[in-house]
Write a protein that binds this ligand. Sequence first.
Ligand SMILES: C[S@@+](CC[C@H](N)C(=O)[O-])C[C@H]1O[C@@H](n2cnc3c(N)ncnc32)[C@H](O)[C@@H]1O
Length: 420
Amino acid sequence: MSHYTWNWGSSPPLLKRHSEVKHALLRNYLVNYFLTLVPLPQQDKIQLTIVDGFCGGGLYVNEDGLEVPGSPLIILEAIREAEVSVNLRQNRRKPIRIDVELICIDSNKSSLDYLRRLLEQRNYGEALRDGKVQFVKGEFADHCAAAIQRCHNRSPRSGRALFVLDQYGYSDVPMHCLQDIFAKLKFAEVILTFYIDSLINYLNEKNLALFEQATGINSSMRASDIDEMKQSPRWRVHLQSSLYRNLTDKCSAQFYTPFFIRPERGHGDFWLLHLSQHWKARDVMATTHWQHHNHFSHYGDAGFHMFSTGYIGKIDDEHKLQAGFDFSDVAEAVSKEKMMTQIPALLFAGADGMSFEQFFLELINTTPATREMVESTLLELHQSGEIIVSDEAGDPSKARVNLKSNHILRLPSQRSFSFL
Ligand SMILES: C[S@@+](CC[C@H](N)C(=O)[O-])C[C@H]1O[C@@H](n2cnc3c(N)ncnc32)[C@H](O)[C@@H]1O
């Protein structure tokens, strides 16, 4: 952790380009997310707690020599930006207040000292005095339970909380912390950084058990097989997909994204996983990734069931920069095309059809597409007669833009259908 040190009076640490991209995504996600929490006109505040589990000193110098904010400052700025947007959009008589308590945890005292001074300097003195920003010195894993309790006490009914867990490696966020977060907070979300390439480079016969014990993640490998497996060209792919599956299965979050960031030089990938308990939060994150195309990739193919359709195989070679699925306009067109062929096959199983909600919730974790993209593809298929969408009364729907959750999707009857 030595390359991230903050000492007041000295220049802040360097922020590499890929971390700047991660910060831009965090900021946009937060603003988009706050806007989805827009309250009824008679309400005047939205309450939630944000835990920045590896907060750092809050300031960097980027590769162009400019000062840029770190995660705690980004969170506070995003709250202000969203408040202004909501008040403008709703033309409210009573301005909205996004009442966030930000809990900043860091194991290094000088990072927290720096952050405190920085926030004073940037006009957050009142928030500090009102206890809206809390500082906790220590390891995230040791303070996770208390942070969860605090989130629960502040929002016992909604259980709304966001954990930004920007660990530097891969072993500082144990599985039991993630499980506790999702067990105790109904609407919790986690944005988790995981340096998958460093882990893959580090793992060997001796340290596999240490990693599994520290994290609670199971690699599904036997230590004695590692040396032999490392000879296989599919070793990285195999390990990544089994770690990913184990992590998402065990952490108890219902929804997740498998997107990753690839630094310019083409290796050193890290995951930026978003884990949540509500499809809407997952959809806001997927939408934000589409807004940030060029910098993000995801494992898998364009349509549904991305892991099984094999894109992951193409990222196997560490030394070649693969274009990958990059959330670009082309990727959007390919996603649509792919879904057009996949959807009829996916509906084939259920003769009575399934509701749009059921269809979407079953598949959401397996696609980079947003709800809007899935919805418009379904409507296009409906209009061309490939599938039938019926309304509550059982009649073919006249919907052109939006589907309701209880709209029923099915194949036209007597249609002969063959798998390609
Ligand atoms: C990469 S930096 C901070 C990044 C920050 N989230 C940002 O985006 O600006 C990581 C910070 O985590 C702290 N840290 C390292 N291990 C930790 C742990 N186990 N628990 C809490 N903080 C830790 C370090 O002291 C350092 O300040």
